[in-house]
Design a protein around this ligand. Structure first.
Ligand code: MG
Ligand code: ZN
Length: 169
C-alpha cells in the first residue's frame, strides 16, 4: 500500500504573505507572482527525507477564489510552475496536487477540512492507501481537521516554518 505525505502549501512548505491587519480573515491574499515563491527552511530537505522513507508526496491546498480577479489563474499557474521546477531540480515531485479553488461559502466538497478533493486520486491508487502510516503536514486548524477526517496523523508546522518532520525513521 502507498503511504502518503500530504502537504499543505502556503505557510507549510512555501512562504505565505501575512494578511494585512483588520481585514476579513476569510479574504484571500495569494502570492503575487512566481518571484515571491520561497521554500521554507527545511522544506526541500524534509521532502527528500520523506521520499527516501518511502512516502509518496501529495499536495492539498485551498486557493480561495482562484480564477477570479482577486486570485488570477495565470498567477497561480506561474507560482505552481516555479514550485514544480524547483522541486524537480531536487528530484522531487507531487504524485497528486489537490487544489480547491472555491470560496468558504460555496459549499464544495474539496475545500479542506473536507476530503472530497482527494477521492479522485485515491481511486487511482491501485495498491490502496495506507492511511495508518500516512501523514498530513499543515499550519492551520483546517489542516488538522482534514487529517482527522482522513484518519491520518497530523504534523503541525508553524506558519512560515521551519518545515520539520517527526522522528519516525
Ligand atoms: Mg497553510
Ligand atoms: Zn472546493
Amino acid at each position: 500500500m502507498k503511504k502518503l505525505a500530504i502537504l499543505d502549501r502556503d505557510g507549510t512548505f512555501i512562504w505565505e504573505p501575512e494578511k494585512p491587519e483588520g481585514v476579513d480573515p476569510r479574504e484571500t491574499f495569494p502570492l503575487k507572482g512566481a518571484e515571491e515563491v520561497q521554500f521554507l527552511p527545511g522544506a526541500i530537505e524534509g521532502m527528500k527525507k520523506l521520499r527516501e522513507a518511502g512516502y509518496t508526496l501529495v499536495m492539498a491546498t485551498n486557493q480561495t477564489f482562484l480564477g477570479t480577479e482577486k486570485h488570477p489563474q495565470d498567477v497561480f499557474d506561474a507560482v505552481m510552475n516555479k514550485i514544480k521546477n524547483e522541486l524537480a531540480m531536487h528530484g522531487l515531485s507531487f504524485d497528486f496536487i489537490m487544489v480547491c479553488p472555491h470560496g468558504p461559502d460555496d459549499g464544495c466538497t474539496c475545500r479542506k477540512p473536507a476530503i472530497g478533493g482527494l477521492y479522485p486520486y485515491m481511486g487511482t491508487v491501485e495498491e490502496g492507501v495506507d492511511f495508518q502510516n500516512s501523514l498530513m503536514f499543515g499550519d492551520r486548524d483546517t489542516d488538522r481537521q482534514f487529517a482527522d477526517n482522513l484518519k491520518v496523523r497530523f504534523v503541525k508546522i508553524e506558519t512560515n516554518g521551519p518545515f520539520v518532520i517527526p522522528e519516525l525513521f
